[in-house]
Design a protein around this ligand. Structure first.
Ligand SMILES: [Zn+2]
Length: 77
């Protein structure tokens, strides 16, 4: 296979150079572009929402939380 890879967002990007994270200046990493990490993206989002540093640190549920819920469900039965 020698198919060319054509970037879809080529037209929207003014420069093909690596973007620097607006938060810390580190090179941006793909899923988080233009940020270097999810953390920096969240920090920026927090500023946009004008709720500085109110972004919760927890991600999704903990495994232990899910276990607790499952245990409850089993009890209820
Ligand atoms: Zn960053």
């Amino acid at each position: 296979m020698s198919a060319k890879i054509i970037p879809l967002k080529g037209a929207a990007v003014t420069s093909s150079k690596a973007t620097s994270c607006p938060q810390c200046g580190t090179a941006a990493v793909k899923p988080h572009t233009p940020f270097c990490s999810r953390r920096c993206a969240q920090l920026d989002l927090g500023r946009w929402l004008n709720e500085d540093y109110r972004i919760p640190a927890h991600e999704a549920m903990d495994d232990s939380d899910i276990d607790a819920l499952l245990t409850q469900l089993e009890k209820d039965d």
